[in-house]
Design a protein around this ligand. Structure first.
Ligand SMILES: [Mg+2]
Length: 340
């Protein structure tokens, strides 16, 4: 069967490339398998060679499967066409570039192969140099695909995150709050929010300029992010206002995290390039009552924050959300946080 493959080009003389791209070969003919494996290795690819479609399909189910595939059309078990169809049905971000090997050369067969999801095909016997060139095309397409995914991910990040602090944007934060509250209602757990506002931030900008102001905002955002629990969300809600969403949160959790945020900002001055800035935050918080609407919930946190500002700043005030927004006087505190 070796003569079925026309190894007539001089590609063997070329030095192997440094590419470590993995190619999955599914081919039931032992001679073809050996030749393909040797050639792929010569070209610098890592070759995974299997005897049938079923084995190939198993490999494709594993994490980080190969993206460059050479599939024989006629194989026992799952044939090349069926494999193509399955690959295209997978809901996966990773694209697999498929070169179908076929002994058929009727036009209808080629159309069937491409319709089933193959990117390219080679009719046996084929020129080995042609296969090499087609694999290069596949690599180019895969590289473009990766760039596209990266660009899309970058756009998605930009659309949902604040450029200065890297926190969730206001829109994304409100969206997260809505979905967290819905999730809380389903799982019968409470969601807490903390509205955190830098005190007298205008003074920082007026005294040190906006660049230092931005540095202070970035550092404050970082400290708030470190102070919440790993599964909480923090967004930049406004200029110097942040919103923390605490999932599965009791009143005690809310107090603990709020105080951690307050002291994370107040305990250590923020060192910037040219100035050391003493900053504090006022915090208004609330734990959602059953059936509370997220806007009502935000209004309570906002009133609590206003109360924290009014009563001297650098403090936490926890509001009540049930049945209508009323401040819980017992949780007001004069410095830091008081307990009921
Ligand atoms: Mg075959």
């Amino acid at each position: 069967m070796l003569n079925a493959m026309n190894i007539s080009d001089n590609s063997k003389q070329n030095a192997p490339t440094k590419s470590s791209q993995t190619v999955l070969v599914a081919e039931d003919d032992a001679v073809f398998r050996r030749v393909l494996e040797r050639q792929l290795q010569n070209w610098g690819y890592q070759a995974i060679v299997v005897e049938d479609g079923t084995e190939a399909w198993e490999i494709l189910q594993q994490p980080n499967p190969p993206e460059l595939l050479i599939l024989d059309w006629m194989m026992p078990g799952i044939d090349g066409l069926e494999l193509c169809r399955r690959i295209r049905q997978k809901q996966d971000d990773r694209y697999q570039y498929v070169v179908l090997l076929t002994g058929k050369d009727e036009k209808e067969d080629v159309i069937e192969g491409l319709n089933s999801g193959a990117d390219d095909y080679l009719t046996k016997p084929f020129n080995i140099g042609e296969l090499r060139a087609r694999l290069r095309t596949g690599k180019r397409i895969l590289a473009l695909q990766r760039e596209l995914i990266q660009a899309r991910e970058a756009l998605r990040f930009e659309a949902t995150h604040d450029a200065l602090t890297g926190l969730w944007s206001r829109g994304a934060t409100l969206h997260l709050l809505e979905s967290e509250m819905q999730r809380g209602a389903r799982t019968r757990t409470s969601t807490g929010i903390l509205m955190v506002d830098l005190d007298h931030f205008k003074n920082v900008n007026d005294t040190h300029g906006h660049l230092i102001g931005d540095e202070v905002l970035k550092e404050a955002a970082y400290r708030i992010g470190q102070a919440v629990r790993s599964y909480d969300f923090v967004g930049r809600y406004g200029g110097e206002e942040f919103l923390a969403i605490l999932t599965n949160c009791t009143l005690a959790d809310l107090h603990m995290v709020a105080e951690r945020i307050r002291s994370a900002i107040a305990d250590l001055p923020i060192t910037t390039k040219t100035a050391s800035v003493k900053a504090t935050v006022s915090i208004g918080g609330v734990v959602a009552s059953k059936g509370a609407h997220d806007l009502e919930f935000l209004a309570v946190a906002d009133s609590a924050l206003y109360e924290a500002k009014r009563t001297g700043r650098n403090r936490v005030v926890i509001g009540k959300c049930d049945p209508r927004p009323v401040l819980d006087e017992t949780f007001k505190c004069s410095s830091g946080i008081a307990h009921a």
